[in-house]
Design a protein around this ligand. Structure first.
Ligand SMILES: CC(C)(COP(=O)(O)OP(=O)(O)OC[C@H]1O[C@@H](n2cnc3c(N)ncnc32)[C@H](O)[C@@H]1OP(=O)(O)O)[C@@H](O)C(=O)NCCC(=O)NCCS
Length: 171
């Protein structure tokens, strides 16, 4: 299947109305708020579209920071954390349309997001990618790809160092 991943624009207005991931809040976010947030530089939304213009999935990225007080000693050590505010990138939202779930597209889109985060981190400095999964099922999806759970929090993270090693192996 020919597909591309691009930044959301007004060109996707019709296609995004048809997007259904099975999680209403994520669909509403894409349909009503993602473009507004992007215009206000709160996040950037990347959409995965096929040749027919259907949206297979989307994710959002934002610059972020996490307070060192929220992390345990082991996590601070994994991240080589040096300052109170730890620079990071947040994958704020992530979803695949129900029609296209269970076909490997989630994995493909997550790899695109993580590769993009790694490149950005090398340009501006960030030592981890964080996600805040919407439910238990999303939590187990991220665990499968090597994310670590944070103690006493719903958030998960993966160190940029790990991602650099992963992508170097494929380059
Ligand atoms: C979670 C979600 C993104 C998975 O997308 P998908 O396209 O169905 O996933 P894939 O087909 O690429 O699956 C990749 C791998 O993850 C596994 N997987 C998929 N969903 C999973 C889940 N909920 N929990 C654990 N593992 C999961 C698959 O079994 C597959 O494993 P394999 O590589 O060993 O075969 C999709 O179901 C979705 O959008 N759900 C609704 C919104 C949501 O939960 N978003 C998550 C972030 S908030």
């Amino acid at each position: 299947m020919e597909a591309q991943i691009t930044v959301l624009s007004t060109r996707h207005s019709a296609a995004k109305k048809l997007f259904k991931s099975g999680t209403q809040s994520l669909d509403t976010y894409l349909q009503q708020y993602a473009l507004q947030d992007q215009k206000k530089l709160q996040s950037v939304c990347f959409v995965f579209e096929n040749k027919q213009g259907q949206l297979l999935g989307f994710y959002t990225l934002s610059a972020s920071a996490i307070d060192a007080n929220l992390l345990d000693r082991q996590t601070l050590s994994i991240l080589n954390a040096k300052y109170q505010q730890i620079p990071a990138i947040l994958i704020g939202r992530f979803a695949i349309d129900q029609t296209f779930q269970h076909q490997g597209f989630g994995k493909l889109l997550l790899m695109d997001a993580l590769r993009r985060c790694t490149k950005q981190a090398e340009e501006m400095g960030a030592c981890a990618v964080f996600v805040d999964p919407i439910d238990e099922s999303a939590h187990s999806f991220y665990l499968k790809f090597g994310f670590h759970a944070l103690p006493n929090q719903s958030k998960l993270f993966i160190p940029i160092k790990t991602l650099q090693l992963l992508f170097q192996a494929f380059d």
